[in-house]
Design a protein around this ligand. Structure first.
Ligand code: FE2
Length: 301
């Protein structure tokens, strides 16, 4: 059974409707980008993304493949937001940066994004919302500007890396709990923080999460990333060694899709079954992403 087959089997076990390849091909063309993560979506127009049938088929493809790549789609903000609303509930930002309060600008330019310094943390593998009860369901980036050098984005399937573990390892890890914190992720960026920085990080609540998250679908994914602090009930050094070992396992190239951006690309990832990271780029680079983030639909369990 291939990785995609196992995902479809999970849909079927739940009695959820999965469109046949013929039904999907009437709406769009799907081309897998690797054995376990990523699918290219073509033969589709931006205005179709908000259509309920199309969005539902894309939602199924997202859960199956982890990452949807729409090469050079050149999606406008309205179509991007409509797609988000057709699939879930987009986060709304109190200070809109354009015509749509659902669009967040991802740039290292502090003039365009006052929270640019926090984006330094996105250069490390992470899950969006790992310190929350319910992580974000999905996130999409629309490339308005791209870096001249670097600035790619990498994604790894945390379903595939769990599935590939031996039965013995699964038995050892399945009940472990891990504390995630903002402090852990920021210490990767700032090795010598000020007292004020540490106080700010520690003011944000940490959260205990399962290492192995068994979803309502029956599939299991690893919950790791930059926010991992320590394993509950384990010697701190021993716990860090295990976290580092599993992080290296989960981000091995066989589980990874690497995306080099072209202006107009739209990429969406299923945050429930993937980790992602940005690759470094210059702070004065023209790289600018319009991001829509969908609220979570399933708590860590
Ligand atoms: Fe992120």
């Amino acid at each position: 059974m291939t990785f995609s087959d196992s995902a479809y089997a999970a849909f079927a076990a739940q009695g959820r409707g999965v469109r046949s390849p013929e039904e999907v091909s009437a709406l769009m063309k799907l081309t897998p980008l690797g054995p376990c993560i990523g699918v290219s979506v073509t033969d589709i127009e931006p205005r179709q993304l908000g259509d309920s049938d199309t969005a539902a088929a894309l939602g199924e493809a997202l859960e199956t493949h982890g990452v949807l790549v729409f090469p050079e789609l050149h999606c406008d903000d309205a179509s991007q937001v409509a797609f988000g609303k057709a699939l879930g509930e987009p986060d709304v930002f109190p200070i809109p940066t354009g015509d749509h309060a659902e669009i967040f600008l991802v740039t290292l330019d502090p003039a365009k994004n006052p929270a640019a310094s926090y984006l330094q943390g996105t250069f490390f593998w992470h899950i969006d919302g790992a310190t929350d009860d319910v992580p974000n369901m999905a996130t999409m980036l629309n490339a308005v500007g791209v870096a001249d050098n670097g600035g790619g984005t990498e994604f790894c399937s945390t379903y595939a890396s769990w599935d590939a573990l031996s039965a013995d390892d699964k038995a050892k890890y399945k009940d472990l709990r891990v504390v995630h914190s903002m402090e852990a992720s920021q210490r990767l960026v700032y090795s010598d923080p000020t007292e004020a920085q540490v106080a700010d990080w520690q003011a944000r609540p940490s959260k205990e999460q399962p290492l192995a998250w068994t979803h309502e679908s029956g599939r299991t994914s690893l919950v790791l990333g930059a926010t991992t602090d320590h394993i509950v009930g384990m010697n701190r050094d021993e716990g860090r060694q295990l976290i580092d070992h599993l992080e290296a396992w989960a981000t091995d190239e066989r589980f990874v899709y690497h995306h080099d951006w072209t202006v107009g690309d739209l990429v969406m990832w299923d945050n429930r079954g993937t980790m992602h990271r940005a690759l470094p780029y210059d702070a004065d680079s023209p790289r600018l992403m319009h991001r829509v983030t969908l609220a979570g639909d399933e708590a860590f369990a």
